[in-house]
Design a protein around this ligand. Sequence first.
Ligand code: FES
Length: 145
Amino acid sequence: MRRYGYNPNAVIETLHTAQDAFGCLSSAALKYISESLNVPPSKIFGVATFYNYFNLTPPGEHVISICTGTACYVKGAGEILDWLKEEYGLEPGQSTPDRKLSLKSARCVGACGLAPVVILDGDVVGKVSMDAMKKRVREWIGNDQ
Ligand code: FES
């Protein structure tokens, strides 16, 4: 915040920096940012919840973001979501109880030609197959089922 002169227009930059420092945006961090930038808490919370990038709870060890835009959904993202729910009980916004996996959904990430697109620990993977997803997730959790 000091870097941006406590400018109320630096909300996104401040949230980015706070999340990088702490791993997620706790309610205490959001309150502190609100008071420091003199921006209403509702606006801070609105920005933090609008952007898929921001986490209000600590993410799991591995994070899967699945694009659920129309092109990706039609090309198989829905089946991947169904599998993650069936196999691990995961729905978007949740983590497994052991915090190995977190699942997020995103609206079109701008790579529709590569549908279905997933982001695995920050790496964008296009044209992902169900087999490739299963392999990666099972490698992460140490399960060869
Ligand atoms: S719908 Fe998934 S990248 Fe556009």
